[in-house]
Design a protein around this ligand. Structure first.
Ligand code: FE2
Length: 335
C-alpha cells in the first residue's frame, strides 16, 4: 500500500489521539488534557479551556479561474492557470465538478453545519482575477458566515510577472485581495473563538518574516489553546519538497517548477534562519492543538512532537475540513 493510501485508510477508519496539555494544570493531581481525533475530513479538537462546542470549515486550493474583460490585459500572465482547473472530478465520487461549484457546495455545508467561521487558507484563486475575487466576496456576503482569508502562492501570482515573491505578494494583496482581509493584517492574524486562539500566518512565499515570528511567539506565549493555519505545510521528515516551509532541501538547486510557474527560483541558500526558527518553534509549542494547511491537494496527517498537522484535499476537487472544537471535561472525570 502506498504511503498516501495508508494515511487515507487511517483517516477513513477514524483515529483518536490524546496528548498532555502542557499549560499549568488547575490542580497538580488532575492535569488538563487535550484530545484530537479524525474521521475522514472531520477533525475534532478538545480542550478543557474551550468554552463551548463550535465548528470551523476549512477550505484551501479552490483555484478559481473566473475572469472577464478587466483581466484582458493580464491574459499573457494568466494563460496557463486559467486552464489548469476548469473541469475537475470530485476526489471521492469522481463526479464532474469545477471550482465555482465546489466552493459554493462547501459554503452551503458550512451553513448547514452552523460553522462559526469559514477559513479560506490559500490558493482560493489561480491568479488575482478581479472577477473571481468579486465573486467570492459576493458568495461570502450572501452566506453571512464570518470568514478569514490568507493567501496561497497562486492567489497573488501572475506567471511571468517579474519581481521577488514578497514584493509581488504585497503588490497584489494591495491591488486586488485587500477586501478579503476585512482590515486585518494580511500577513498575520489571530482570532479568539470561545477560548481557542486561531493563528493564521501567510507563508505563501515559503518563508516567514521576523515580524511573523515575533507575532507567533507572542500568540503562543499567551498559553491559550491554539491552532495554526497556513497555506504551505511545515516540513515533516519523509515528506516531499511541497511540505516546503522549513524543508532542509528547499533551495534554488532543488526548485523544479520555477520555469513552469514563471517565477524567480527559490532562495539560493535555502530557508532563512527566521523560517527555520519558526518551524522549530511551532513543533515545540505548548498549547498548540494542531496545524491545518493546504497546498499539496491531498489529505494527509503527520504528528510531530504530539502536534498533528493535517493537510486538506483541494477544494477544486470537492475537498474541505470540518473542524469541531469541544470542551474536555476535567481529567478526573474523563480518564
Ligand atoms: Fe494549490
Amino acid at each position: 500500500m502506498k504511503r498516501r493510501e495508508v494515511l487515507k485508510s487511517i483517516a477513513l477508519s477514524g483515529a483518536t489521539f490524546s496528548f498532555a496539555d502542557f499549560s499549568k494544570a488547575s490542580t497538580p493531581s488532575a492535569p488538563a488534557r487535550s484530545f484530537f481525533s479524525i474521521d475522514d475530513n472531520n477533525i475534532r479538537f478538545s480542550h478543557s479551556k474551550i468554552q463551548k462546542p463550535f465548528s470551523v470549515t476549512f477550505i484551501a486550493d479552490t483555484h478559481l479561474y473566473l475572469d472577464d474583460t478587466r483581466g484582458l490585459s493580464y491574459d499573457v500572465y494568466s494563460k496557463r492557470m486559467s486552464k489548469a482547473y476548469n473541469n475537475t472530478k470530485h476526489f471521492k465520487t469522481g463526479r464532474d465538478l469545477n471550482p465555482n461549484i465546489a466552493f459554493e457546495e462547501i459554503l452551503k455545508i458550512a451553513g448547514e453545519n452552523k460553522s462559526s467561521l469559514v477559513a479560506l487558507i490559500g490558493d482560493i484563486f489561480s491568479f488575482p482575477s478581479e472577477a473571481a475575487i468579486g465573486w467570492v466576496l459576493e458568495k461570502l456576503r450572501y452566506s453571512a458566515i464570518p470568514y478569514v482569508y490568507t493567501a496561497g502562492n497562486h492567489d497573488w501570482h501572475y506567471e511571468g510577472m517579474e519581481g521577488p515573491s514578497a514584493l509581488l505578494r504585497d503588490t497584489w494583496i494591495n491591488k486586488r485581495l485587500l477586501p478579503l482581509y476585512q482590515d486585518r493584517n494580511p500577513l498575520m492574524q489571530k482570532l479568539d473563538l470561545y477560548g481557542v486562539q486561531i493563528i493564521i500566518i501567510d507563508n505563501s512565499t515559503y518563508e516567514i518574516t521576523d515580524e511573523q515570528l515575533d507575532f507567533f511567539r507572542n500568540c503562543i506565549n499567551s498559553k491559550k489553546p491554539s491552532v495554526l493555519m497556513l497555506h504551505i505545510p511545515l516540513y515533516v521528515p519523509g515528506r516531499s519538497l511541497g511540505f516546503g516551509c522549513g524543508h532542509p532541501d528547499w533551495n534554488a538547486k532543488n526548485d523544479k517548477n520555477y520555469q513552469l510557474e514563471q517565477r524567480q527560483p527559490w532562495r539560493e541558500n535555502g530557508h532563512t534562519l527566521t523560517t527555520m526558527e519558526f518551524h522549530k518553534m511551532v513543533f515545540n509549542s505548548k498549547n498548540l492543538m494542531g496545524i491545518l494547511a493546504g497546498h499539496i491537494h491531498n489529505q494527509s496527517i503527520d504528528i510531530v512532537n504530539g502536534i498533528p498537522q493535517i493537510v486538506a484535499e483541494a477544494n477544486a476537487e470537492g475537498g474541505f475540513l470540518q473542524i469541531d472544537f469541544m470542551p474536555t471535561l476535567p481529567a478526573s472525570t474523563t480518564l
